[in-house]
Design a protein around this ligand. Structure first.
Ligand code: 5GP
Length: 206
């Protein structure tokens, strides 16, 4: 029986290295689909509309919310971010595991709507390294870096809501850890109810 893909939420402090990790995971395994969010934030240098994000106006974002085109959305440091519903549903039906790289408010909303979602939290080895990565990335102004570090401190309070924490000090190790955790989630009894019922029926007919 073709198992429906599972939902995986990946969160982590700004500067934790999630973007690099996601790219490496997608390159190595073709069984995953990375959801592309809509956002009202301005593109950074090198970001392409439809690849990193769908960059939309405030009005457009509002209409997506009103038309229930998003499965969740949240505000993060002055901008809105949301997950388009269509893509997620199509990819899951096609058997792909769909990865949502979203912040904590969205993660909690998704878990409430879809209790079998796997929630993973990525962190650098320590706070100093986080600041170093944010500064050396050079894509944000000092004000925004400060706001993002403040937000990281707030998000750190909610880490226990996640199923697993992954410490990102080596990309290759991290990719493998992510892959194994996601694959293990497929074997959870709550994700195999159809199979369990099938076996039960077969046993009853023996
Ligand atoms: P950035 O501006 O650095 O690309 O993203 C800022 C934060 O927004 C990150 O924590 C990222 O994971 C989160 N984010 C990106 N897309 C979404 C989304 O669709 N929904 C929610 N709730 N958060 C998102």
């Amino acid at each position: 029986m073709n198992q429906q893909g599972i939902l995986v939420v990946i969160s982590g402090f700004s500067g934790a290295g999630k973007g690099t990790l996601m790219r490496a995971l997608m390159e190595k395994y073709d069984k995953y689909a990375l959801s592309v969010s809509a956002t009202t934030r301005q593109p950074r240098a090198g970001e392409v509309d439809g690849r990193e994000y769908f960059f939309v106006s405030q009005e457009h974002f509002k209409s997506m919310v009103e038309n229930e085109a998003l499965i969740e959305y949240a505000q993060y440091v002055d901008n809105y971010y949301g997950t388009p519903k269509d893509y997620v549903e199509k990819q899951r039906s096609a058997g792909k595991d769909v990865i949502l790289e979203i912040e904590i408010q969205g993660a909690l909303k998704i878990k409430k709507k879809f209790p079998d979602t796997l929630l993973l939290f990525i962190t650098p080895p320590n706070a100093k390294e986080l600041k170093r990565r944010l500064v050396s990335r050079g894509t944000e102004s000092p004000d925004v870096i400060e706001a993002r570090l403040k937000r990281a401190a707030e998000e750190a309070v909610g880490i226990e809501a996640y199923d697993y924490i992954i410490i990102n000090d080596n990309i290759d190790d991290c990719v493998e850890e992510l892959h194994h955790l996601i694959q293990a989630q497929h074997s959870k009894t709550s994700n195999r109810l159809d199979f369990i019922n099938e076996v039960r029926n077969e046993l009853n007919q023996l």
